[in-house]
Design a protein around this ligand. Structure first.
Ligand SMILES: [Zn+2]
Ligand SMILES: [Zn+2]
Length: 252
């Protein structure tokens, strides 16, 4: 594996014509040692549930994937992809809660070639968003989402030359998936471990026991793994192990 590369969080490098974002786009530039390819991680947070969206690119291959599509949040990320000449090859969803896929049609409209991936167990929720908008009493109209493909546990994916593994991590939602970059030790974690807490397990299709198994599984990855959660600030698994009381409880 060699020396651990560092992540520099710099910002805010908003594209000049951005008017949509209500807050600065944050840029996390990943500079891997020993690789010629550059990994770039951009993030924006927004929507009714303050949900994180991540745009991860292999700058050398000029390919990128968007992880989750909260409402009122994806536009500056998509504008950046266009400005940098990246092909958006996918919208990879962590799960089927409305705040993570609401603006899928915006992504599709701008990048019709982007394949939308969502685990089969969460596809029914995405096909009928009005059930969630009713449940949460939301003033949002979300178009139904039909994913292009499902995901299987340990499925291997690629963004340019970047290797990604889909980890089926049910509990918060039955079709919840985290995306792991083993080479870069980076995890797009969805609503598994978020903001010093864990994702809700009191929803109709949540399962606390599965949640425990999923948290344990993810926490067995290297402690230096950078965790990009669905809500809250970037962290590391080691930080969560040391400070997150709910994670500690589930590991005990
Ligand atoms: Zn969720
Ligand atoms: Zn969420």
């Amino acid at each position: 594996m060699g020396a651990r590369p560092g992540i520099q969080i710099t910002g805010p490098p908003l594209p000049a014509n951005t008017s949509v974002s209500r807050q600065p786009l944050r840029l996390a530039v990943f500079t891997p040692d020993g690789y010629t390819s550059g990994m770039i991680v951009l993030t924006n947070t927004g929507g009714v549930a303050m949900t994180n969206s991540f745009l991860i690119a292999d700058e050398t291959a000029r390919q990128a994937v968007l992880f989750d599509a909260p409402d009122h949040t994806v536009a500056p990320l998509l504008e950046t992809a266009t400005a940098r000449g990246w092909e958006l090859t996918g919208l990879w969803l962590t799960h089927g809660h409305f705040d993570h896929f609401a603006d899928h049609a915006v992504v599709r409209q701008k990048f019709p070639g982007a394949r939308i991936l969502l685990h089969a167990l969460d596809q029914p929720k995405a096909r009928q968003p009005e059930a969630q908008t009713r449940l949460f009493g939301l003033p949002l109209v979300i178009p139904p989402l039909v994913a292009d493909a499902g995901l299987t546990d340990n499925q291997e994916l690629k963004i340019g030359s970047l290797a990604v593994v889909a980890l089926h991590t049910p509990g918060h939602s039955p079709g919840h998936v985290a995306y792991y970059f083993p080479q870069e030790q980076l995890l797009v974690g969805g609503d598994l471990i978020i903001g010093g807490s864990i994702g809700r397990t009191d929803l109709p299709d949540s399962d606390p026991r599965q949640m425990q198994a999923s948290v344990r599984r993810v926490m067995s990855l290297p402690g230096a793994t950078r965790l990009l959660g669905g809500h809250g600030q970037p962290t590391t698994l080691r930080q969560e192990q040391e400070h997150n009381l709910l994670v500690q409880e589930l590991l005990a």
